[in-house]
Design a protein. Sequence first.
Length: 367
Amino acid sequence: MAGDSEDAERRFEAAKELAAVRGFRYLPAQRVAELPREDLLERVSVAKASHTGKSEKVRAVETAAVLGGVAQPPITVTRALDLYWQLAADKCIGKSDDQLRRWRNPRIKAVSNFISVVGDKALPDISGDDMLDFRSWWFEKLESEGLTPNSANKDLIHLGDVLKTVNKMKRLALVLPLSDLSFKEGEAKQRPPFSESWIRDKLLAPGALDGLNTEARCIVLGMVNTGYRPSEGAALTPAQIRLDDNVPHISIEPIGRQLKSRNARRVIPLVGVSLDAFKECPKGFPKYRDSATLSATVNKYLRANGLMESPDHSLYGLRHSFEDRLLAAGIDERVRRDLFGHALNRERYGKGATLEALQGVIQRVAF
């Protein structure tokens, strides 16, 4: 019944399922014809045997399924993106709504850009020239808009991810012309750390951050002596903020969202201005938990109020500043990597430093 459909995709999927029920993997007629004689005759025999007592239409559907008579409908780039969300669903497990949005949007953008340049082609029809045309379009865009090669390379990576995933999972066996297209990256631009004097005399000056809303201000102050990623701080739930423990600390865990890596799961003691900030916001930051506006809000405020140390600085510089202070204090690399959620370049042994020991380490560099 499913094979008796006007929908080409549904008809093809039904043919694959029916072939499997009859004990075969669906193959197009040309591939069936190339099978060893015994395998070919087995398919013919099964197709013939299934005709008994059935209507002509049903016999035709069964024969087409076993002998490869149903053409696979072409998958366009637009359709590939629709299929991709289903085929890559495992990548979404544990993502928050905001993480999911930030994961989906670049892929939607890349596909949209490609279609605007090349058209909504079927995947088998995408040629090497099409990909070079897309690359040329990006080259002109980089020059005219002053963008970095990274912008183009991300589009190429996301487009390739969509097309290669569909090609593999749908077993299309296409040779897609996706290699050797990336632009050479310049030296990565480093986000500079805030200097200790700037943090002390500017950011922590009385009233300097009062113009920020309470949650944004507390996230910023919490970052000063923890070095957490802004998104990690914003996502903290009340259960992860443990002010009543012997050593007040926060626990960064994959609750309602994915962490950047498995190493990102960690605990960080709270001291100094960061402890004070969490005492003011003991229930976390619901305003920013599922929102991507935190960095933009803070960066805009800091720039507008002369609190950026240079035009290249951003909120993330507080994380780098914390690491620089730990390094200058001679803190062991294992301890620094554990605090920052970074991987070690060797196997991890033992549980690492205790909360009490980490508290002492941070107090040495805290404001």
